[in-house]
Write a protein that binds this ligand. Structure first.
Ligand code: GLA
Length: 740
């Protein structure tokens, strides 16, 4: 009997696993409890007796047979914190004495500013629920969308706010969602930085009060990124519970992490309420961005692997060539001459570089800034998107044809949302920029921001890009955006409505990108904003990759890239190999070190390859060939950050394992060894313990006596020891493991 039940259980195992992956959205009508299950996560909320939508549970997946008690409001605390204030709501209106961060704040005509949202109805959707809330008295309706991904458990939440009244109302604050966790000790992880110094992982204990992560800049920003991860206890890469989230919005945004008066934690995120005001006329609706949330019990590493897989499967766009594929194709290896030639581009020079690039095994040749208008430097030309006749007397065709003949496709740099005052466009349309009439217009990099919220500007931008892509065989656009907003006026609108620019601008940006992709389904796009200033899950629905940072120093890159991968997949993380000594830190490094640093992401070459010696050319060619072989594992596999380069570490290492666990790729870097300390033992992760793997050293050496073939268990438990020769400054090794 015992043996039989064991067999039966084993037979049942695959279906149990399948059941765990099935999305499920159930509603218990008696207790008014909504439950969503996906991957390893369960999310539960319910209607409490007052009618508010209250969060009940967010955490590890529990059994389908488990039930949750119905939502019950928290009691008030003395006469100062009401039950309304203490109860974690899914989407709280600012009213009834709410002092914590509201999800929605509205001013009605006539001055009333009280909003209390109660459950009205719901419908079940393909992957979750749409739950309708309504103010207790006024015709403000809010539909909360919930959609869970069966594989990762990542939950997409957003809200649609609708005015069904007879008078306009002003939305002053609108979140996409609010998340809540019970009282406990948590570490908050978030990403901060600046130009050439993005992606710093900042970790701090959650304290009473609020930590605000935001951009007021009109775009995502280098200084903070709309991602967070809360870990129970201290930070841990491999273990422990992590609740994480990412906001899909490329305009001004805000995420507030609060430890409230009862020590509970609430995370509210959406449009930045600073300088916000959106007028909803009768019958109008405002859709918020999506706030994604997920859960992992495998530490920060587990959380980022879930996000990476979700981005690859569910966020990133496909092209005509990759339509219907589960994940996008690995990025073509590109060449870009920005660091080599700056604005000094011309037909002969670009052709000479293209010859060299093709000989290295590069797939895509990208011409950067300088090819258009009167663009000699950054003082003029932005806005005038015609080919500069002195630099390209026969247009772009001869260069593009040459690039094609060399077996590469062709990409082009554009900065569509900007204008130099010294341009024909600005002379013709000085009113097209963001500005307040009769006030100075603050320039940054000698440029102003076109007000993309305007229909005429949107049409102009779409029009010239559409023409460019129709008239030339362009496979790729590097879409740049080199400043943030100032004087964000939109004087076409009545004064009370001007602040809608924060929403309308970004929506039009998305619309242009979507329309271009539809009209030119073969074209791929990179989001660049002076490096990594516009990277978020909103823009990633429309672009295939991002420019990680203008900082291409290979040592700095290790930390930048490490930080980047907490939120974003290496697939989109463009990484160029550039010249040594590097222009930022004046640091000299070997070509192998530079190549390996960039090979951790989607590889590009940005060096002055005309100056490379035959040996350097041969090294790059050999490593690009290796990269082509390993790229699917590196950029789409499960990433394990074995040793972080952060906090002045002497060493760092990453490992990626492909989906079938047949291959693993390992990068190891030394900053500077000290006191003769050797490289730490590397215990690998994510392999099949029973399979046999062959170790190949692509660069560097393992310690003498290391087996050529050993089990996954051996590599994971015994670990890989590096050769004692692996010492010094700025050294790099690369290994691969292939299942036998
Ligand atoms: C920005 C980008 C660079 C380059 C220049 C061109 O700084 O991040 O890669 O394209 O603009 O002006």
């Amino acid at each position: 009997m015992k043996a039989f039940s064991l067999c039966a259980a084993l037979l049942l195992l695959p279906s149990l696993v399948a059941a765990q992956n099935a999305p499920s959205a159930t509603y218990d009508a008696t207790d008014r409890v909504f439950r969503l299950d996906g991957g390893q996560m369960t999310y539960v909320f319910g209607v409490n007796p007052r009618g508010e939508l209250q969060q009940i549970y967010w955490g590890g997946r529990v059994a389908a047979t488990d039930t949750f008690p119905p939502a019950r409001p928290k009691p008030g605390w003395a006469s100062f914190d009401s039950s309304y204030n203490n109860t974690p709501q899914e989407y709280a209106g600012w009213g009834a004495g709410l002092f914590n961060e509201p999800a929605l704040k509205i001013t009605f005509a006539g001055g009333n500013r009280d909003l209390v949202l109660h459950y009205l109805s719901h419908t079940q959707t393909a992957s979750g629920f749409d739950v309708v809330l309504k103010d207790i008295e006024r015709p403000i309706f809010v539909t909360l969308h919930y959609a869970i991904d069966p594989e990762s458990g990542i939950l997409a939440r957003s809200a649609a706010i609708e005015n069904r009244g007879a008078a306009p109302v002003t939305v002053e604050q609108a979140a996409a969602a609010a998340w809540a966790l019970p009282a406990g000790r948590y570490t908050l992880n978030y990403l901060t930085g600046r130009w050439a110094g993005e992606w710093t992982l900042t970790q701090e204990p959650v304290h009473p009060g609020a930590r605000v992560i935001e951009s007021r800049r009109g775009s995502t920003g280098h200084q903070a990124n709309p991602w967070f991860a809360l870990q129970a206890g201290g930070p841990d890469e491999n273990h422990g519970e992590v609740w994480f989230g990412a906001l899909a919005w490329s305009g001004s945004w805000r995420i507030t992490v609060e430890q409230d008066q009862l020590d509970e934690v609430r995370v509210t995120g959406g449009f930045n309420p600073f300088d916000f005001g959106y007028v909803l006329k009768p019958g109008e609706k405002l859709e918020t961005p999506v706030f994604y949330g997920g859960y992992s019990a495998q530490g920060l590493g587990g959380a980022s692997r879930l996000l990476h897989s979700y981005e690859l499967r569910r966020i990133l766009p496909r092209t005509a060539k990759t339509a219907g594929r589960p994940t996008p194709r690995p990025r073509p290896v590109l060449y870009n001459s920005w660091e080599a030639t700056g604005f000094n581009v011309n037909e002969a020079g670009q052709m000479a570089l293209a010859e060299k690039a093709a000989a290295l095994g590069v797939n895509r040749f990208v011409m950067d800034d300088g090819w258009f208008g009167q663009r000699k430097d950054d003082h003029a030309g932005l806005g005038d998107w015609y080919v500069n006749p002195q630099k390209f007397p026969h247009g772009l065709k001869p260069l593009i044809d040459r690039v094609h003949a060399l077996g590469m496709d062709f990409g082009l740099w554009v900065e569509p949302e900007m204008v130099n005052p010294d341009s024909d466009l600005y002379r013709k349309h000085p009113d097209w920029v963001l500005n307040f009439p009769d006030r100075p217009r603050s320039e940054q990099r000698n440029q102003l921001v076109l007000n993309l919220a305007r229909t005429d500007v949107r049409d102009y931008v779409f029009g010239f890009l559409d023409k460019l892509l129709t008239e030339n065989e362009i496979a790729f656009l590097k879409w740049d955006y080199n400043r943030n907003w100032s004087e964000p006026g939109w004087d076409q609108l009545p004064p009370g409505e001007e602040k809608e620019v924060y929403v309308a601008y970004t929506r039009n940006l998305y619309e242009i990108l979507a329309e271009l992709r539809k009209r030119h389904p073969q074209v791929e796009i990179e989001s660049c904003s002076g490096g990594g200033g516009r990277v978020d899950l909103g823009i990633l629905r429309y672009v295939d990759e991002v420019w990680t940072s203008d900082n291409t120093d290979p040592f700095d890159r290790l930390t930048l890239q490490d930080g980047f991968t907490y939120a974003y997949t290496p697939q989109v993380m463009m990484a160029w190999v550039t010249d040594s000594p590097h222009w930022l830190n004046h640091r000299s490094t070997s070509l192998v070190y530079r190549m390996l640093s960039s090979m951790q992401g989607s590889l590009g070459i940005g060096a002055n390859i005309r100056k490379w010696t035959p040996e350097e050319t041969a090294t790059a060619k050999r490593l690009i060939a290796t990269y082509h072989e390993l790229q699917p594992t590196i950029t789409q596999g499960g990433l394990y950050r074995l040793i972080s380069p952060r906090n002045g570490s002497e060493f760092s290492a990453t490992e990626t394992v492909n989906g079938s666990r047949s291959q693993a790729v390992l990068f190891a870097f030394i900053h500077s060894t000290q006191e003769e300390r050797g490289f730490p033992l590397l215990k690998l992760e994510g392999l099949d313990p029973r399979a046999e793997y062959k170790l190949t050293a692509v660069e560097g050496k393992a310690k003498e006596g290391t087996p050529a073939v050993a089990s996954g268990a051996w590599w994971m438990h015994h670990g890989l020891e590096m050769s004692e020769e692996f010492r010094g400054d700025f050294q790099a090794s690369l290994f691969r493991l292939d299942r036998q």
